[in-house]
Every structure is written in C-alpha cells, then in structure tokens.
Design a protein around this ligand. Sequence first.
Ligand SMILES: Nc1ncnc2c1ncn2[C@@H]1O[C@H](COP(=O)(O)OP(=O)(O)OP(=O)(O)O)[C@@H](O)[C@H]1O
Ligand SMILES: [Mg+2]
Length: 553
Amino acid sequence: MQIKPDEITSILKSRIEGLDQDGGADLSEVGTILSVADGIARVHGLESCMSLELLEFPNDVTGLAFNLESDNVGAVLFGPWESIDEGDTVKRTGRLLEVPVGDQLLGRIVDPLGNPLDGKGEINATATLPAEGPAPGVVMRQPVEEPMLTGLKAIDAMVPIGRGQRELIIGDRQTGKSAIGIDAIIHNRHDETLRCVYVAIGQRMSTVVGVADTLEEHGALENTVIVAAAANEAAPIKWIAPYAGAAMGEYYRDSGQHAVCIFDDLTKHAHAYRQLSLLLRRPPGREAFPGDVFYLHSRLLERAAKLSDDLGGGSLTALPIIETQAGDISAYIPTNVISITDGQIFLDQDLFLGGTRPAIDVGTSVSRVGGSAQPKPMKKVAGTLRLDLSQYRELQSFAQFGSDLDPETQQTLNRGERLVETLKQNEQDVMETHDQCAIIYAGTSGWLDRIKTERIGDFQTFLLDRLHSDSSDLMDRIAGGEWEDSTENELSEAIGQAIDDFGPDFDSEGNELEEGESERTRGGGEEESDSDSEEESGDDEEQESEEKEGAAA
Ligand SMILES: Nc1ncnc2c1ncn2[C@@H]1O[C@H](COP(=O)(O)OP(=O)(O)OP(=O)(O)O)[C@@H](O)[C@H]1O
Ligand SMILES: [Mg+2]
C-alpha cells in the first residue's frame, strides 16, 4: 500500500488537535524528511518555512530551506548529512542563516559557517550577521572617493580602485589573478581601518594554507579573515562561502570602517550553484546554469558599497575573481560578472608568459569609478600612461612587419617599451604610492628614454634609494598628496641627477653613449657621496638641457 505523507500528516493533525500550546507541537514548525541524497533533503511539513531559513536536522546537521514548493521544502545540508535518514524529524528555527563576524575572526582560517579550520582554538565571536543580508539602497550610498590601493603600479596607476567599488579580476588559469588579491591584502596590512576578507572557493586546502603562510610572512594575516570552502567540500558549503565572507566584511562597513573582500573565485562558485540547482531539479538554462545565476552574483556584489556619511561612511570593496577559458570573456558567467562590476582587470596569458607581470591588458582593463578616488600625484603622473601604452601596443604589432620606421614611431616604441618595463612588478613586492609616482614619472616624462630597457629594473631600485636618502622631504610631500609645478620640477631634477649618477646609455638626443662617455662604470647602488661631489662642477650644462627635455616630453 502506498502511503502519502499528506495523508499521514492530516491524520496526525486531527489526532493531536486540541493539545494546548505548552504540551503540543506546532505542526508548521516540524517536518519529516521524505528523501535525502547528495547533500539535499526534501522535507514534508514546515508549512510556514521561510526562504533560506535555517532548519535543524538530527545529528548536528544544519539545513537551509532553498526550494519552497507546494507540498515540500527542498533543503541543502551542511555537516555530516550521511547520518540522517528518511523519516527523521526536522525543526524550523525561525532564523535566517547567520555567520559570526567581528575582530575575533581576524588572523584565522574559518569555514563559511565560521568554524575554525586552522586548529588555533575556538573563535568566540560575539556578533553575528545574516549571510544573505540585503544590499544597501541608493539613498544609503555615496560616490566612491577614497582609494583602495593595491601597491601594484599597473593597477594603482591605470585601473585605480576606490573603497566601495567592485572591480573584477579576470583571466585564464595561472595568470596571476590570486596574486593581485593577495598583494592588495599585503599592501594594506598596517591599515587597521581596512580589514581584508579572502574567500577561497573550490581551491585545494594546501593552496589556502599557502596563502595564509604568505600573509603571515608579511605580517598581513592579523588584518585578514580567510574563509575557505575547499574543493572537497559539498556544493552548499561552496555556495554559501562568498555570502558569509561578505557578511564578515559588512560588519566593518556598517560600523564606519572599511573592508575589502576577495572572492577567489566566482567561476567555481557558479559551478557549485549549478550543481545544487540541478540536484534540486531546477530547470537548467544556458550552459546548464539555472536561470537566476545572474542574480546569484549580482546580489552578492551589490553588497559592496560606500555608505553615506549619515550611516558612518564605511565601505565594502569587492574584488571578485573569474577564470576564463582561452581568454574568452564572452562566456556566460564572465559576461554576467563584467556587467555587474564597476570595471575589470583583464589578465592576458600571452603577456604573462612573455614576462610582463602583472599581465594586465591595458586595452580591455578599465575602472569606471576608481579614478575619482585616485591620489592627486598619481592622477597627474599617470594621466597619459594608458594612452602611451595603447599607442605602443598598436604600433608594436604593426612594426613587426616594417623595418624602416620613422623617428617618431621609433620614439613611441622606445617609450612604450620602457613604460611596460616600468610597470613590471614581482608578486608580494608592493610599493607605496609616492614611490610608484616617482617611478612612473621617470617613465612618462621621458627620463627613462636615456636608459636601456634591460637596466630599468636596476635603475628603479637605485632611484628609490636615492630619493629616500637625498629627497626624503620631497617624497614625504608627494606621499601627503602634494603635486604642484614646483613638486614636479624638484622631482624631475632629482631623477635627472640620479640618471647621471647611474650612468645613462643614451644622451639627450637619443644617441648611444660609449662606455667611457657615461659614468656608468660606477653602476647601480654604490656610494652616492663621491659621485655627487665629482659631478657637481662639470655636468651642470648637460643637465640643464636634459631637464628641459624631460619637462618637454
Ligand atoms: N607579478 C608576478 N611576478 C612573478 N610571478 C608571479 C606574479 N604573479 C603571479 N606569479 C606567479 O604565477 C603563478 C600563478 O599565479 P596565481 O596563482 O596568482 O594565478 P591564478 O590566475 O590565481 O592561478 P589559478 O588559475 O591556478 O588560480 C604563481 O606561481 C605565482 O607565483
Ligand atoms: Mg588563483
């Protein structure tokens, strides 16, 4: 005989009707498992269950009401769901899924429900927030105005990110996507008003531990929460991870501080959601993703915001990461996330393999709102950088075919080559904004044209040493946001001096100098004292013309 759960409940209902409140059970609060498989349970009863409400299963299993259907509730399960059976009782909790938030989580690796994974003991967080909090509305926001610096020249100069912005990092496998997020965390390690949340979705646990070690090495772990949903976790855990991470960031946003969340990566997140949806028998659409996969990421990234001053002026910046296949940014998930974010940093595999790292493709990378948050000196020195580089890229492919180039083209190529070299940066080698400004200024103002491309890296180190020892006052002023004509002249002069001491390869007309003609023999990094005094007298004239050239260019 086939027994329908509906019938059983109605019989039971009639039997226990009349029981008083204390002794009886409210039937809308308790249900029975109809089936359980693949981390998904179908539960009968639970008539007034809310969407995304937490459900209590036996054996410490937690469920989340995902599908509310006419005669049952589809729930995703967290915890050892193998231990529950058909017929077990399920209780409503009346609560939405909440995760622990607050400073106690800093320096820790946690799972998306806030349980420690690093063996460093209990986390006694006092506050919790709903994992799926609503995004702030329009009137609660204000435009992005403070910079969220990454310490990477190419990004801070050309695709600046502001606090409260959503900037996508997109690229093929192994192109340095995660490295950008990690560098951003390292760069902000001493800023206690900007907390970092790194959400690792579907990565190997060993990779996550590696990230934690790197951060610890740089003293950045104390400022960071790592939320990990490793590759071997069930789909529901991976699905909830970025929402939990966002909630941890929102705690700071709502208390007038700042946070940045790195979601590494949302491609795997979408895959987990697809898996969940198929198991729950939601209809598959394009690429078998359910129809609401856009909403999956939009409601997550909408939570990034710069709040109005009335609400404390806090911010949550989101740096989602998306992996592409063979550079195809027109696939379903990449186009979705590109349209949700305020710009993207596109990493190109050819550039990466060619040694241009970070492998940022200037043509396709943009930041739509961060420009207004860029520090003034950076804005000034990097003004023409994008244009110069785009011109260079264009000419570069064209110049491969022609041998005779007119001097102007050759000059653009020379400049571009040096700018590309200038923007190269090793991972975990973050740089302060005033240092970045000095280096980029040396490139865009034309001083670097006098140095061979392969020596530019050495010259940068030499220049920064020199500026910090001899012009520390100037550097302090640039760090404080000053950029007047006088600042520029002073910097230009200092760079010219440094080039002379470093030993230029070309004179101001661009003619190559012989070994003997330059003061190159002294090389980079040696004592500057003797070089200073020796040159003071003889080089004045030459130097003046150089300065003119520098300023003109
Ligand atoms: N700026 C850089 N300079 C030198 N090496 C770098 C740089 N950025 C990344 N790398 C190296 O390149 C490799 C790939 O970097 P990373 O793991 O950040 O890439 P990814 O795109 O996140 O890869 P995956 O697709 O596997 O997640 C790593 O070995 C890393 O050390
Ligand atoms: Mg990665």
